[in-house]
Structures are given as C-alpha cells and as structure tokens.
Design a protein around this ligand. Sequence first.
Ligand SMILES: *[C@@H]1O[C@H](CO)[C@@H](O)[C@H](O)[C@H]1NC(C)=O
Ligand SMILES: *[C@@H]1O[C@H](CO)[C@@H](O)[C@H](O)[C@H]1NC(C)=O
Ligand SMILES: *[C@@H]1O[C@H](CO)[C@@H](O)[C@H](O)[C@H]1NC(C)=O
Length: 442
Amino acid sequence: MIQSKWGPWSLCVIALILLTIYNILLTAKLMYGQECVKGVQVKQTEVAQAVRPPPPPPQCRLEQHVSGDDLQINIELELGRWDNRMLYKLYDRIFVGDRYAQLSEEYFVCLATQSSLERLFSLVQVTRNWSGPISAAVFAAGDDELNLLLSYIVYLRRCFPNIRERVTFHLTLPKSRLPKVIDIDVDVIGGLNCVNAESILRALVARRTGATDKWRTKNPYPQNHLRNLARKNCQSQYVFLTDVDIIPSEGLAEALNYFLRKVSCKKLCAYVIPTYEIDNRVRFPPNKTELVRLANKGLARPFHQKVFIYNQFATNFSKWQVTTGEDKEVHVSHPVTNFEFLYEPFYVAPDSAPPHDERFIGYGYTRNTQVYEMFVAGYEFLVLSPVFTCHWGLQVKRGRPVWREYQNNLHRKYFETFKKEVFAKYNKDPLRMMEQRKVQSL
Ligand SMILES: *[C@@H]1O[C@H](CO)[C@@H](O)[C@H](O)[C@H]1NC(C)=O
Ligand SMILES: *[C@@H]1O[C@H](CO)[C@@H](O)[C@H](O)[C@H]1NC(C)=O
Ligand SMILES: *[C@@H]1O[C@H](CO)[C@@H](O)[C@H](O)[C@H]1NC(C)=O
C-alpha cells in the first residue's frame, strides 16, 4: 500500500522541491548573510571613524584589508582546558605564527612572554630585535576585553610581518568573567592605519566597559598561569622567559644560537641576560658599549635598582660593566656568586626548570619564588655578555596601591608553605630559609 501511495515519480518530485528550497536558502545566505567567517560576527562601530577610509559597502569585505586568514582564530570558547584549581580557562595557540614551527627548529631559544591588553604594544618592539620564535600568553576578562584583545592581535598581525611570522598567541580567561561570544569588528580593523600602533591600542583600551575596568582592578592578574602557558607552548630546546616590556638587545636570538651551539654545561645552568632600565629620551642602545656609556651618564641603570634592589642585584652589574669588550661573541662574563632570596633575573634555560607556582596570583613572590626553587634545585646562574635587555623608563619608588599591598601580604603567607615544600622536595636549604623566622618584607 505504501508503495502505491509513494511511487518513484512522486519521490522524485519531493526531492526536487527540497533541493530547490535548499538552493534558494543557500543563495539567500550568501547574498544577505552577516557572517563572513564562521563564529566571527562582523559589524561596524565608531572607534576608527577618524582614521578609516570611506565606509565600505554593506556586504562582507574581508578581503579588502583583513584577509580571511587573519580571522582564523583558533578558539572554541566552550572548549578551553582548566588550570589546576579551575579558576582559569586556558587556550593554546589561538593564533599561530606563520613561521613559528620552522623558527622553533632554527633557533635554540624560544622567547616566552605574557601580557594583558594594555601592554601588548611592546610586542612590536620585541619582535624588531628578536628574530626567533615567540610564545605569548595573553589575558582578557569578559566579552568586551576579549574582543578588543583579539581585534588588536588581528591588527598587529596584519600590520607587522614580524609578529605574523614569529609570534604564537595563547589565551587565559578567568572563570568568574568568562566571555561568551567572539564578535570582532572586521571593517574597523581593516581601516586602521599601521603607523600609530600605540595610540590605536590606547583607543581600544578606552573602549573597555566600566564594569570590566572595575573587575580588572579588583581581581589579580594571573601572571604565573600566563608564564607557564607561554613556556609550555615553546618548542625550542631553551626558553627565555620575559615580561612583554623587556626589549632584547639587537640580534639576541642569533647571538644565543651561536653561544649555545658550542657551550657545554655539566650541571644545571641558567644563563642570565642582564636587564637595564633606560631613560625614555635616549635611543635604544645598539650595543653594550653604548649601554655602558648611557649608564655612566645616569641615563640607564640596572632594572628596578631604585624600586626593588634585590630584583637584579646578584647579577653584579659593576662587574658586568667593566668588561666593555668590543668582542662581539657572546660569552659568560661571570657566575652569580652572591645569590640572595628575592633575586629574579631574566634567564635562558631548558624548560625542565621548575614551573611558576600558580598559587601566587597577582603581584609579589611570582617570579622570585621560581628562581629561588631553581637555586635550591642546584642551578648555576651564569651572566652573559655583551647581550642585554632593556626596559623603557627609569623607575622611581612610588606609593604602592592598596590592592598590591593586599596581594603581597597574602603571598607572604603562602610563601611560608612554599618554602617548606621546596625544602621537602630537595632536602636542601642553602639560604637557611627554614631557620629564618621572618622573611624580609618586599
Ligand atoms: C631594536 O629595538 C629598538 C627598540 O624598539 C629599536 O629602536 C631598534 O631599531 C631595534 N633594532 C633593530 C635592528 O631593528
Ligand atoms: C656601538 O654603538 C655606537 C653608537 O651607535 C657606535 O658608535 C659604535 O661603533 C658601536 N660599537 C660597535 C662595536 O658596534
Ligand atoms: C661584584 O663583583 C665584585 C668584584 O668583581 C665583588 O667585589 C662584589 O662582591 C660583587 N658583588 C656581588 C653582589 O656579587
């Protein structure tokens, strides 16, 4: 009976009707569809009105300025992985540098770094002087900040070939303010000029909602989560972990390649790259001779010398500065002989070094505890020359904001646990921290 009712002829007709409807729908979608790239909504807003060319026609015009490739954002917001305490969601490789994999083979050292939206501009400077692979972990809270952050990364990748080639980005999001949608403004990004990367960033940051600004000041920035995320996504043999505003000296990656190829380290070695802070008015020193000249004129000095002397003191800059050597080759200037607690140099080491403890969230005890554990584990710190890094601006001591004081006090308490754990793990106490009842206050 069924056969007689639905003969082969009528089945054909039904199939034909369905196909036609499907075709009409597809055509309609192509003509009027809002989505240019899956998962990325396109809309227009005001930010760049001043700097952009005449308004584009309403259809999708991705190819005009921002190519479809630029929008290959590898995130599925609902599929991140949790950190150990389920406070943050982590996403690996949301953008992959075009030559990241290749550079990871060519260079011994991967530069691992972390940043929030406000400071991301420094990547432009970092990539000018660092030709090797860069693994960058970024942080965003809420829909508005995430979308501003992604927009800026798309912009950086479009305007700066060095960033596009070398940098692979990873993302960390807080559980308590998880973004829900990716919604970036392709037309606006396409219209942004490539000259004023810094002011464009400021304009984007200004578009963050009041609620997000408030959240950001009230909640700690998970530096150590970001550091571990950046470190573990490096593929090279060695990692050079920095903060994003630490600018390497010219040709550092090549210089390290040369050095590490011939070096032999019998035990555990970490190679310290001295860090200076330089006056905003000077030209970035192209070599050590020039840096030392600036230092002698008071236009450069060891990083944090005035703010927090322990930070780099054990590097022994006076010793480093004496050998102004015009010798181009990288070599060990001297070993660190007076290691002290709270020392936190930027160093190059294989990534089998201990991780950054993620119980320290925010400021205080974040990097120096990791360096402390390395020291207890038996690492030797060797200071390299004539390479260096610089931070823009001579830092002066300022009153510490209340939130920072609060985080610091909290971390001072955690540190009591941390140092016992380190002692239990290595059964060594070279700095006699277990005897010392009162930890120097930061
Ligand atoms: C190295 O970086 C500094 C600071 O951004 C810059 O002034 C300098 O031109 C860079 N060097 C090269 C070779 O690009
Ligand atoms: C170092 O830089 C200074 C200033 O640019 C330059 O005059 C000098 O020749 C450079 N020295 C070397 C060895 O490249
Ligand atoms: C730095 O080196 C000088 C001599 O080269 C030495 O007298 C001094 O104790 C060292 N200081 C530190 C902090 O290592």
